[in-house]
Design a protein around this ligand. Structure first.
Ligand SMILES: [Zn+2]
Length: 286
């Protein structure tokens, strides 16, 4: 039996939007200018005119941070068992199959083990295009495995978040991942191995409320949406208008919720320097 029923109308994306953005030109949402797609690609998918950071996928993120040819991808075969047999406008199992076919991934995360500017690291990168980068049992397990390897091999951990939060279709099972990952991070803390959290656009909900904010260093890309509940829900609860730029990286940095905002171009160098500071014995000898 379906939990919710929609009276009429089909909300499926028609694919029309996708066709437009896959052309040679892209319109920047930041400055409204039209940019040549190749210029955007050559500039780390950052608008050359206004520095707006476009979303990139997990594979691009790994390529950006790890040294070419130095890494291997791990835990790619874990897939959700649909524990609640969840159905809304359509079955979660079907949604999973479709998204898996579109993204070539089993779930919203990729683990990679390799080197960042010659320093051995564990990296988990979230994939926003997989059901909004939502955190279900698979994301929880994959991140936990990365943490456990970090603990065993004393390799620093980097998690790049891009997520709408917990995966609704896995209900309480997805909420349990917050605890599971947090407990694993506590073990990482005990063995004194650093964890750097990179928050990208968007990082919200249960992901913000757990591992994304638990880094020894919490850094974000410029202009990223970061928050727990959405602005409208907060406004209705506190009955106040929220300030301009609320829940963007810059606002959070100003209010002490982040340690730094780092431009995508500088991210690798910044993390390498931070690791040298936090774990000098792990660093590359330059
Ligand atoms: Zn722009």
């Amino acid at each position: 039996m379906a939990w919710f029923r929609r009276e009429s109308g089909d909300v499926e994306a028609t694919g029309e939007k996708r066709v437009r953005t896959e052309g040679l030109w892209v319109k920047c949402e930041g400055c409204r200018q039209v940019i040549w797609k190749k210029d955007l690609d050559a500039n780390f998918n950052v608008c050359p005119k206004c520095e707006r950071h476009f979303r990139i996928d997990a594979r691009q993120r790994i390529e950006l941070l790890l040294d070419e040819g130095s890494y291997q991808l791990e835990d790619l075969n874990l897939s959700s068992s649909d524990p609640l047999k969840f159905v809304d406008v359509r079955a979660y199992s079907e949604r999973l199959k479709k998204t898996q076919a579109e993204t070539g991934l089993k779930d919203a995360i990729i683990n990679a083990e390799g080197k960042l500017a010659d320093r051995p690291v564990m990296l988990s990168a979230m994939e926003y295009s997989f059901i909004g980068g939502s955190m279900g049992a698979v994301v929880g397990e994959v991140i936990t495995r990365a943490i456990e390897r970090s603990v065993a091999q004393k390799k620093p951990l980097i998690i790049v978040s891009a997520s709408g939060g917990a995966r609704m279709m896995e209900g309480v099972v997805s909420l349990m991942q917050m605890v599971k990952i947090t407990a694993a991070l506590a073990r990482l803390d005990e063995v004194k191995v650093p964890y750097i959290s990179v928050l990208t656009d968007p990082t919200t909900g249960g992901v913000t409320a757990s591992y994304a904010m638990l880094g020894d260093l919490n850094i974000a890309e410029p202009g990223a949406l970061i928050g727990f509940a959405g602005p409208r829900v907060i406004e209705q609860t506190i009955r106040q208008k929220l300030p301009e730029g609320f829940q963007r990286s810059e606002f959070l940095l100003e209010h002490g919720m982040l340690d730094a905002i780092v431009h995508r171009k500088e991210m690798k160098t910044y993390i390498a320097r931070a690791l040298d500071f936090m774990m000098p014995s792990n660093g590359a000898k330059n």
